[in-house]
Design a protein around this ligand. Structure first.
Ligand SMILES: N[C@@H](CCC(=O)N[C@@H](CS)C(=O)NCC(=O)O)C(=O)O
Length: 316
């Protein structure tokens, strides 16, 4: 009679042996553990390699950015440099004044993904942008100071101190107006119907001349500022005096400038390309402001400015 052990495989008999099986399982467990560890080690190694590659790419990008900046600074030596992010924002009036007056400048734009320019350059604006660097290499920070410098050096700050101050008052009017908009529509958010209604509602604050009505001051929006400014500007297409100035540029920039549509500006929402995110609402509110409209059209009609606007770099 054949024994049962003679019919099983050698492995089966080995495993059937009470003293051998635990050793085999222990051995297998060690092997599995080693395999898992080695998998984990190779995953960690892959992660480390990916992180190192990412770091190297970022360093290469930063180096490239630094080189581009140095090259831009070299190219700009002796030329006005306007340094800002890749949008219109606080630098656009200065760029427009240079373009309209035919003043050479280097239009240095930094996309959001890029590092800020080298520290020394932006320190004049407390480490931020906009910054302009004069042809002799002095950095100027704070947008109103930049507008002042560029307006004066391009002949757009009026004929005398009184005109200069009158022109410059528009910079503050527009700062208040843009602050009123930003309070309702914080940067980076889309305007709600309620925000549009609050900003453009012409019934909100109706005191368009004489002393301001304090009771409705929290309701001052587009119509209040526009109608008040309509009462201040000249009627021949110039806000102040008899020449295009910073004041006209600001009126065009904030009431009339529309960013080109097209793939180069696809990062901007369509409404974001329009004044206060709604050209239609602005146009309606300006129906009663013929002098402001004449200024907008006069600035728009300038051939040098039109050439700049037609080739204005993309919003990045
Ligand atoms: N009051 C300053 C504001 C400057 C400012 O806030 N710049 C923004 C861009 S519009 C910026 O660079 N912010 C970066 C930061 O604050 O870290 C001016 O008018 O120039």
């Amino acid at each position: 009679m054949a024994s049962s052990s003679s019919s099983s495989s050698p492995l089966a008999s080995l495993l059937a042996t009470p003293f051998v099986a635990p050793a085999v399982f222990a051995g297998a467990a060690v092997a599995v553990g080693a395999l898992a560890r080695s998998r984990q080690q190779s995953a960690t190694a892959a992660q480390a390699a990916a992180a190192a590659a990412e770091k190297a790419a970022a360093a290469a990008k930063a180096e490239e950015h630094k080189k581009a900046q140095a090259a831009a600074a070299d190219a700009a030596r002796g030329k006005l440099r306007l340094i800002y992010w890749g949008g219109r924002g606080l630098m656009e009036p200065a760029r427009m004044m240079c373009a309209l007056s035919g003043t050479p400048f280097t239009d240095e734009r930094h996309s959001w993904g890029n590092a800020m320019p080298e520290g020394a350059v932006v320190e004049a604006n407390l480490g931020r942008m906009p910054v302009c660097v004069t042809p002799s290499g002095v950095s100027i920070g704070q947008s109103p100071a930049i507008w002042h410098y560029v307006a004066e050096s391009t002949g757009m700050l009026g004929a005398n101190a009184t005109e200069a101050a009158t022109i410059f008052a528009f910079a503050s009017h527009f700062k208040e107006l843009t602050d009123a908009f930003t309070a309702l529509v914080p940067y980076g958010t889309e305007p709600t119907a309620a925000a549009f209604a609050a900003f453009f509602d012409e019934k909100a604050a109706l005191d368009f001349s004489g002393s301001a009505d304090m009771a409705s001051r929290s309701k001052r929006g587009f119509c209040w500022y526009a109608n008040r400014m309509e009462g201040l500007v000249g009627k021949d297409g110039f806000a102040v005096g008899n020449k295009t100035s910073l004041a006209d540029i600001l009126i065009f920039r904030y009431f009339g400038d529309v960013m080109r549509a097209g793939p180069e500006n696809e990062k901007a929402r369509p409404a974001q390309r329009e004044p206060f995110e709604s050209l239609a609402r602005v146009a309606k509110a300006l129906e009663k402001c013929p002098k402001l409209r004449a200024i907008i059209e006069k600035v728009r009609g300038n051939a040098k400015l039109a050439a700049y606007l037609a080739s204005r770099p993309a919003f990045v």
